[in-house]
Design a protein around this ligand. Structure first.
Ligand code: HEM
Length: 149
């Protein structure tokens, strides 16, 4: 099947920049992030990574996602280039924590009732972007032998 005949449901014909308008704009991103943060707040692995006041980070995440999915550049105008890996460097993000983040965000996405092709695109984004934030590998010894023999 060619790309142009792919129908809704597989995300193949949807451009990321169309998502913002398809889901109804800013309120949809606020709702998604509300749902996600409610899960983070109850999560014993992720909650300790976040500061006591969740509100500023929550707003930034909604601004970032709205921008990423085609809603204009409000995040960048207020906060500069996203540089997400660098911004996450202060938080010890293990593979386990990243997997939990992806699990909670994926659940939050599914709860929004977005069109199927939008949902596929968002889930795919979470699956590929989240592992990029990993910056701690606790199972790796501090000093690996250079010459194991
Ligand atoms: C798709 C993957 C992710 C995206 C798009 C994302 C996005 C963001 C954004 C935009 C911010 C605000 C940055 C700023 O402007 O200061 C942020 C902050 C943060 N993120 Fe992520 N993030 C992702 C993955 C993760 C993961 C895997 C973790 C931990 C397991 C994590 C933990 C945090 C924490 C602790 C903050 C600080 C919140 C605060 O200061 O209140 N993020 N993230």
């Amino acid at each position: 099947m060619s790309e142009t005949t792919d129908g809704p449901g597989n995300g193949a014909t949807l451009h990321p920049h169309e998502v913002h308008d398809l889901v109804g704009g800013w309120p949809a991103f606020e709702a998604l992030v509300d749902t996600f943060y409610a899960k983070v707040e109850r999560d014993e692995l992720l909650r300790p990574l976040y500061p006591e006041d969740l509100a500023p980070g929550k707003h930034k995440l909604a601004l970032f996602l709205a921008q990423y999915w085609g809603g204009g550049d409000v995040y960048s105008r207020h906060h500069g280039h996203p540089r997400l890996r660098m911004r996450h460097a202060p938080f010890p993000i293990t593979p386990e924590a990243a997997a939990r983040w992806a699990e909670l965000m994926s659940a939050a996405i599914r709860e929004q009732g977005f069109p199927a092709d939008v949902e596929v695109l968002l889930l795919r984004y979470v699956a590929t972007a989240t592992p990029q934030m990993i910056n701690r590998y606790p199972e790796t010894p501090d000093h690996l032998p250079v010459h194991p023999r």
